[in-house]
Design a protein around this ligand. Structure first.
Ligand code: CMC
Length: 426
């Protein structure tokens, strides 16, 4: 039987009926698409705190329980037992790959990781100290010029080809953006290396030294670094309708090229309320500088007249804990000795965490450490420069964005994303 909700306008007593829809999990949803035609009014929802913008089969979050699943599989299982590429396969095709499929997918992505010379040359027009996020977003938009055929895709094969291309190329673009930002020449991908190792290689290798040995004679890429970064990619792979994903869907709804939509997602991610938080966390820890000053900054975070916020705390959806943060915290503990984690930054981070978890201000507002609180410390231990923290988020999230883009394109009756407003001007 159809379930409904009746709303009464207390000004004139008129009542209106709306259908209640059930998903497979999560809260029920009131379908208000007929609200304006029925009532002549709009609904108002600042920041979309109560609005579902689409139906989706990709990712499920229960923010009260601290639960995250991709295609129904818990994030803990994926992070502990599967590679990032297997997670990409899961998101893109709805199933984890068999051993053979996994090898074929890996090989395909290695071969698709190269960039057109024209795109590489484009980087020369950026100032050498450009932030890698600026170059990443521009270069991704430019990819639409090189793969213009992706505007009209006929079948599943073409959708997959388009998606695999962008997933494979993103680490190469990110590494190039970084190398350009420090004035270093570009290193081509090495297809003998896995996805994650190749990214570290392209960032770190010296053009004259293909042996991956640093000036002190150490191996530049340790297996544990590859494993840690691979887990970080998995934890970032998708996160349902967050600000950047909604941006990607919004651009998709206008019929624009998929890579332009991904570029818009990258730009939306850059802000410090979203993916830019990982860079801000480390900058903030460095600014605090020592454990003795933590109280001063906690007091500032709590002061209603100070707009200072503790970076890496709070989340729109998670009101218990962020399951991704929990996995990273145990990864951080595991890496502590093996990677010589910066003890000063870690001590400051630990003290902030301890105070915040027991402080009334944070408890009342359900502000817990989020993924960015821990990823910054781990990425620092991996000797990743701070400016590359958000590009690493981009590399991990590209598969989620493009999967959401495809889902939008294949959904029946999809409409252009066009919110209304409450006009208060002259
Ligand atoms: N430090 C201090 N106070 C905070 C913080 C914080 N990090 N976050 C929220 N609050 C307070 C806020 O001042 C408000 O207090 P009051 O009710 O007294 O006005 C209350 O908590 C609710 O905040 P809000 O801004 O309405 O919450 P939101 O759901 O709109 O924002 C957020 C979520 C993530 C943007 C916010 O918590 C924040 O700015 N956090 C810091 C940035 C950060 O770590 N971002 C990464 C998010 S996780 C990665 C991702 O998925 O993008």
């Amino acid at each position: 039987m159809k379930q409904t909700m009746t709303m009464i306008d207390n000004r004139d007593g008129k009542s209106y009926e709306f259908e209640i829809k059930e998903g497979t999990r999560g809260p029920s949803v009131v379908d208000i698409s007929s609200f304006y035609p029925q009532t002549g009014m709009f609904t108002y929802d600042n920041g979309y705190t109560s609005t579902a913008s689409c139906t989706s089969e990709i990712t499920f979050i229960d923010g009260n329980k601290g639960e995250l699943r991709y295609r129904g599989i818990p994030i803990e299982e994926l992070a502990n037992k599967h590679s990032y590429l297997d997670v990409c396969h899961l998101l893109l095709t709805s199933k984890l790959p068999t051993k053979e499929e996994s090898l074929a997918f890996d090989l395909e992505l290695r071969h698709r990781s190269f960039l057109h010379e024209g795109l590489i040359n484009m980087f020369n027009s950026f100032p050498t100290n450009a932030h890698p996020m600026a170059a990443l977003s521009s270069a991704t938009a430019s990819l639409s010029a090189f793969f213009y055929n992706h505007l009209e895709m006929k079948d599943d094969y073409e959708y997959q080809e388009m998606a695999r291309r962008i997933v494979a190329k993103m680490p190469t673009i990110a590494a190039l953006a970084y190398r350009h930002s420090i004035g270093a020449s570009f290193i081509q991908p090495d297809i003998s290396k896995s996805f994650t190792e190749n990214f570290l290689y392209m960032m770190r290798a010296y053009p004259h030294n293909r042996m991956h040995i640093d000036p002190e004679g150490e191996r530049v890429i340790k297996p544990i670094e590859i494993q840690a970064l691979d887990t970080i990619f998995t934890l970032h792979a998708d996160h349902e309708q967050n600000a950047s994903t909604s941006t990607v869907r919004g651009v998709a709804s206008t019929g624009a090229h998929p890579y332009v939509a991904i570029s818009a997602g990258i730009s939306a991610l850059w802000g410090r309320a979203h993916g830019g938080a990982n860079e801000s966390v480390i900058k903030q820890l460095e600014m605090i500088g020592s454990v003795d000053r933590v109280d001063e900054f906690i007091a500032r975070a709590k002061d209603p007249n100070d707009d200072f916020r503790l970076m890496g705390f709070g989340h729109r959806v998670y009101k218990n804990f962020d399951p991704r943060a929990k996995i990273l915290k145990s990864l951080q503990d595991q890496l502590k000795d093996e990677l010589n984690l910066d003890s000063n930054l870690m001590q400051i981070a630990n003290k902030i965490e301890q105070i915040a978890l027991s402080d009334e201000y944070f408890i009342k507002r359900k502000l817990y450490p989020n993924i960015d609180f821990y990823s910054g410390v781990i990425l620092t231990a991996l000797k990743i420069p701070t400016s590359m923290f958000t590009p690493i988020f981009v590399i991990g999230r590209t598969v989620g964005w493009i999967t959401q883009w495809i889902e939008y394109k294949k959904s029946k009756g999809a409409k252009i994303a066009r919110p209304r407003q409450l006009y208060v001007g002259k």
